[in-house]
Design a protein around this ligand. Structure first.
Ligand SMILES: Nc1ncnc2c1ncn2[C@@H]1O[C@H](COP(=O)(O)OP(=O)(O)OP(=O)(O)O)[C@@H](O)[C@H]1O
Ligand SMILES: [Mg+2]
Length: 394
């Protein structure tokens, strides 16, 4: 695997203003109604942000690697997309450079793909300066249209992480893909956290065995990360347990604000620690418990929107990074037939994930995975198992 060294990024982000929480209690039903209203208002904002999240397919062109090998080999997109220096941008002097780096913008990608408003807020730089820096970063990276065949070349060799179940891998097109967000949602004990643990082990496997020879970063918001499970799963695969544990970086997010900050800072961690998988388990728990009154819902959706876009940007900046999030369900109040459960988080969550996978309980150790939303996959489902050895086929 020929991943070159990245240019150094410094930085830690300044803590943002604390967001108020309220203990005013309202029913879940009210939350749904209000959430929908607020989310509609937010759509415009979502769309605006999405415009700035164009994937850098141009990286493909610059890789210059003609890969005719089968899946399992390093992808041609393992290019040194970060080997450009912010200080080389026209108009970036020492003071501007410091402001950018202090705010976490250590790579051209992070500048090119972040909305101008966000960079201005984070750095304190002015309108004109940021506009010209963003333009210069985009020009340098040649972020422009690519043809469908170039996109196809990229997707053909898109590395994937095996889930441990051949049936699930088949269902989701070969495994959990890099560059986008995979969402597991379902009721308690349906296997969301188990799948996250398994992927932390599997990402370390050789490419020929469905891994990326990489490391994982686990943002644990519910305190349910268990190294014991990694040990069991690694042993079942005959992997070196010590190495497996050392390759998983775990951090507990104590509040939604902390969680947001951790993802912002991950832009450095990913390159420094050679991370190929980020897990946020669960993405929504803190947001749901902190923003419970009607009055705070708009703020919640706005914060979640930004948080999710931070994650999407990571996927754009690092073409070999898989992002896995978990989400809860809530019962649809008006469902008379079928499964009343739907994912929480409304439209904002729905639009964020590249692929949404719904988990349900089956008999005993059996679980069911259902493809709910994916741009390239038919709807489908499969049964898998959770045992001491981890995720497997039924
Ligand atoms: N060591 C083990 N051996 C066998 N099965 C296990 C083991 N550890 C966990 N499980 C299975 O995994 C289930 C828990 O799944 P998991 O923790 O992934 O749920 P979840 O979907 O994340 O739920 P929540 O919404 O509460 O976070 C247990 O109920 C059990 O069936
Ligand atoms: Mg869990």
């Amino acid at each position: 695997m020929a991943k070159k060294k990245t240019t150094k990024t410094s930085i830690k982000k300044a803590t943002k203003k604390s967001t108020k929480t309220s203990s005013e209690d309202i029913s879940d039903l009210e939350e749904v109604d209000q959430g929908e209203e607020v989310e509609e208002e937010q759509e415009e904002q979502v769309d605006q942000n999405e415009e700035n999240d164009t994937a850098p397919e141009e990286l493909a062109e610059r890789s210059g690697i003609e890969n005719t090998e089968d899946f399992g080999k390093a992808s041609p997109f393992v290019v040194d997309s970060l080997n450009y220096d912010v200080k080389d941008l026209p108009g970036v002097g020492a003071a501007t450079l410091k402001k950018l780096q202090d705010a976490g913008y250590g790579t051209l990608q992070s500048i090119a793909m972040t909305p101008q408003k966000t960079i201005m807020e984070d750095t304190g730089l002015g309108d004109k300066t940021t506009a010209s820096i963003i333009q210069a970063a985009r020009d340098t990276l040649h972020l422009t249209y690519v043809t469908a065949d170039q996109v196809w070349e990229r997707r053909k060799y898109l590395p994937r992480i095996t889930t441990g179940s051949e049936k699930i891998d088949e269902l989701i097109g070969g495994g959990v893909e890099v560059g986008g967000i995979t969402e597991f949602f379902g009721e308690y004990r349906t296997g969301k956290t188990q799948l996250c643990h398994q992927l932390c082990v599997n990402v370390q496997l050789p490419r020929s065995e469905g891994g990326l020879e990489g490391r994982a970063l686990y943002i644990d918001t519910e305190g349910t990360f268990r190294p014991e499970r990694l040990i069991q799963m690694a042993q079942a695969k005959g992997m070196n347990v010590k190495d497996v544990l050392k390759n998983v970086f775990v951090i507990r997010a104590h509040t939604s604000q902390h969680q947001v900050l951790l993802v912002k800072n991950a832009i450095d961690t990913v390159s420094e620690k050679k991370i190929n998988l980020i897990v946020v388990d669960s993405l929504i728990a803190h947001f749901r418990s902190e923003y419970i009154s009607r009055g705070t819902l708009a703020t919640r959706q706005q914060m979640m929107n930004q948080h999710i876009h931070d994650l999407i940007r990571l996927g754009n900046i690092y073409p070999e990074l898989a992002i896995v999030i978990t989400n809860q369900v809530q019962a649809k109040p008006d469902a008379f037939f079928g499964d009343p459960n739907r994912a929480t988080g409304g439209h904002i969550m729905a639009h964020a994930s590249t692929i949404r996978l719904y988990l349900r309980k089956g008999k005993g150790e059996q679980r069911i995975m259902i493809v709910k939303d994916a741009p390239h996959l038919p709807e489908g489902e499969t049964v898998f198992t959770i045992t001491e050895d981890g995720i497997g086929d039924a």
